[in-house]
Design a protein around this ligand. Structure first.
Ligand SMILES: NC(=O)C1=CN([C@@H]2O[C@H](COP(=O)(O)OP(=O)(O)OC[C@H]3O[C@@H](n4cnc5c(N)ncnc54)[C@H](OP(=O)(O)O)[C@@H]3O)[C@@H](O)[C@H]2O)C=CC1
Ligand SMILES: Cc1cn([C@H]2C[C@H](O)[C@@H](COP(=O)(O)OP(=O)(O)O[C@H]3O[C@@H](C)C(=O)[C@@H](O)[C@H]3O)O2)c(=O)[nH]c1=O
Length: 283
């Protein structure tokens, strides 16, 4: 199985390389060698690599940056995805497209299932939804995999932001009225590998089980890391940022569960990530 991963230097890209099953050959460049906005260069890369599967994990993931620069967000997340879908189709590769819980407006009372109405409330969500539409229109052999709140040991993510902040400040205020599913990149990568074993193309949610607000997540990070810091819950209205995340960003893994694919509880995943993070730190 030959797999080409876009966004190979990102959290999901790195996890896919680390956890590749035996017999899989993975090529996973970053945006310097694989810029999906450059269609001709991307086509050449796919022609050279002849992948069986393309996992499109490359994206502009700076949610506030997307809000400030919608043109760039759509160029990378929408047009770039259109390029990837066209190349996958032209070269007969199946396509995995990583999408997000931010395609939903967060107004629902329940977790979102795969076919709930998508109505993004920020530019990042709109640009990722446009990417989904391109994949659906161009590449029939696709898996659209929506996930949420992704973190790993070393990436730019909420876990590392919280641990850094606690080292710098005696107390933190953290948003308590926005929820999602904290998802460990390693568990997500393992789920993707299980999914692509089957030609069950379609739309999936893949997140660690359970949900948390940013506040609950932060509290669990400090409990597990045995860091004493004061964490005060605040409403999102008091946290000023360019983009508004959905209040309810919780996904339900309905479709993947039907194939027997579920990810472990988020607290368990967080504990494993923090243990690995500690082992990676220089003594
Ligand atoms: N992080 C999260 O919380 C969530 C992420 N997702 C989705 O999952 C996917 C992976 O996210 P994650 O690994 O966390 O992201 P990261 O922010 O860790 O990494 C983003 C990756 O995208 C690459 N990239 C940026 N611009 C381009 C471009 N023009 N062409 C090709 N690649 C590019 C970056 O390359 P380089 O660094 O070399 O520039 C980097 O490898 C994305 O599609 C994201 O939308 C979905 C839900 C939650
Ligand atoms: C640093 C800090 C953050 N926060 C909260 C408020 C803020 O909305 C949130 C910001 O964290 P982030 O920057 O990780 O949030 P954000 O970039 O919105 O995270 C999203 O990224 C994209 C790529 C996705 O697809 C989503 O699933 C989601 O993970 O954390 C606090 O409440 N207190 C703090 O001290």
């Amino acid at each position: 199985m030959r797999i080409l991963v876009t966004g190979g230097t990102g959290q999901v890209g790195r996890a896919l390389q680390r956890l590749a099953p035996p017999g899989y050959s993975i090529v996973a460049p970053g945006s310097d060698r694989c810029d999906v906005t450059d269609f001709d260069a991307f086509i050449r890369l796919v022609a050279d690599e002849q992948p069986d599967v393309i996992v499109h994990a490359g994206a502009m993931t700076d949610v506030d940056g997307c809000e400030r620069d919608p043109e760039r967000a759509f160029r990378i997340n929408a047009t770039g995805t259109q390029h990837v879908a066209a190349a996958a189709q032209q070269f007969g590769a199946a396509l995995v497209y990583l999408s997000t819980n931010y395609v939903f407006d967060g107004e629902a009372a329940e977790p979102y299932h795969e076919f709930a109405e998508r109505r993004p409330i920020n530019v990042y969500g709109r640009s990722k939804l446009a990417g989904e539409e391109a994949v659906r229109a161009i590449a029939p052999r696709h898996y659209i995999v929506r996930t949420a709140m992704v973190y790993d040991e070393t990436g730019r993510n909420f876990v590392n932001t919280m641990l850094r902040a606690a080292a710098e400040r005696p107390s933190l205020t953290v948003v308590a009225d926005q929820r999602g599913n904290p998802t460990y990149a390693g568990d997500l990568a393992a789920g993707i590998y299980r999914l692509i074993e089957q030609p069950a193309y379609g739309t999936y949610h893949l997140v660690n089980e359970g949900s948390a607000s940013w506040y609950e997540w932060a509290t669990e990070i400090f409990r597990l890391a045995e860091i004493e810091t004061r964490v005060e819950p605040i409403p999102a209205a008091e946290w000023h940022r360019a983009a508004r995340p959905p209040a309810n960003g919780v996904l339900a893994n309905t479709a993947a569960a039907a194939l027997g694919i579920t990810l472990p509880p988020w607290q368990d995943a967080l504990a494993r990530c923090l243990a690995r993070r500690a082992a990676l730190q220089p003594a």
